[in-house]
Design a protein around this ligand. Structure first.
Ligand code: SAM
Length: 290
């Protein structure tokens, strides 16, 4: 985890009296609407979630080069409107921003003006509060590297079509000047094992995609690969795109071709490493000109 994010994470854990709990690694918690579930996930799984996004952006693995290239190109300059669902306590956006900061600090990426308008949705209001603080902590350092941030968070129930419409309205309104829209869905497979939620979300996700018809958009869906759940949900998602949204391009159509990796993730609070896994799918409304 980049040190700028590590500092922000440890400061927040300390403020919330969660440092001790976070020292003990656990693989089970998937978050939830309650405060207890949210705090447990923040303390136990934030590092793992950050690691998956970091591996996606920078992993030394050919299978990830296409998605890494797309993300680094999208977030190189201009105005990008980012939709982060289900956002939890901000691991995805924090990992993205912190790694962009490091790449710019080390002159591996040019410091071109970049504005990211983030719209983040989750049904845990406790998670949204932590999210706002975590992004707030990174904003001033991001600014020193030419990256400005704006943030809208929304209490969003993934099974509620009206919530999805309101989330998209908020996202579009915050990104009126955006040259690119990026949707990142991370670690939703645990919750989507509930078939009622999965069916309802399929409808809502369809509404989201319909609203993107005229946009230059990149959709990246990232899941843990340590259980079969990630693969299963990605297979389903590819099916949703194929049957209802064939006007989107899918980068990987079979489980065999899907980027998937196991890697060592270093715990931020002790010197131990733990095994993590990541798999993903990427979809684009328009392919980039080469
Ligand atoms: C495993 S966590 C992942 C959080 C974040 N994406 C990450 O990678 O750290 C799953 C998230 O889904 C949220 N969630 C579960 N069911 C939901 C629903 N029906 N509507 C909205 N959010 C939901 C939880 O509150 C939790 O924040």
């Amino acid at each position: 985890m980049p040190s700028v994010l590590q500092d922000a994470y440890i400061a927040k854990l300390t403020q919330m009296d969660l440092l001790e709990s976070a020292c003990v690694h656990e693989s089970g918690p998937i978050g939830g609407a309650s405060k207890d579930d949210t705090l447990k996930h923040f303390a136990k799984r934030f590092t793992a979630s950050v690691g998956r996004v970091q591996y996606t952006m920078l992993g030394d693995d050919n299978a990830f080069s296409a998605v890494s290239g797309e993300l680094l190109t999208s977030f190189s300059s201009g105005h990008v409107a980012l939709l982060d669902i289900p956002c939890g306590t901000g691991a995805m956006a924090c990992a993205l921003i912190a790694n962009l900061i490091v790449l710019r600090e080390s002159s591996l990426l040019p410091k071109l003006p970049l504005h990211i308008s983030i719209c983040a949705g989750d049904y845990s209001t406790h998670a949204l509060e932590i999210y706002e603080d975590m992004i707030g902590n990174l904003a001033s350092i991001a600014k020193t590297q030419g990256i400005t941030l704006s943030l809208s968070t929304m209490e969003w129930d993934a099974s509620n079509p009206e919530h999805m419409q309101r989330l998209v309205d908020t996202w579009f309104a915050s990104g009126l000047e955006a040259n690119e829209h990026v949707v990142v869905v991370t670690d939703f497979s645990g919750a989507l094992k509930d078939s009622n939620l999965s069916q309802a979300f399929n409808v809502c996700f369809g509404e989201l995609l319909s609203r993107l018809y005229k946009k230059h958009v990149l959709v990246v869906w990232i899941e843990p690969s340590s259980t079969k759940d990630g693969d299963r949900i990605l297979q389903k998602v590819v099916g949703w795109f194929k049957t209802s949204f064939s006007w989107f391009g899918a980068s990987h159509q079979t489980a065999d071709a899907r980027p998937s990796a196991l890697f060592n993730n270093k715990h931020v609070l002790n010197d131990q490493s733990f095994r993590s896994g990541v798999c993903l799918e990427m979809f684009q409304r328009w392919w980039r000109k080469t």
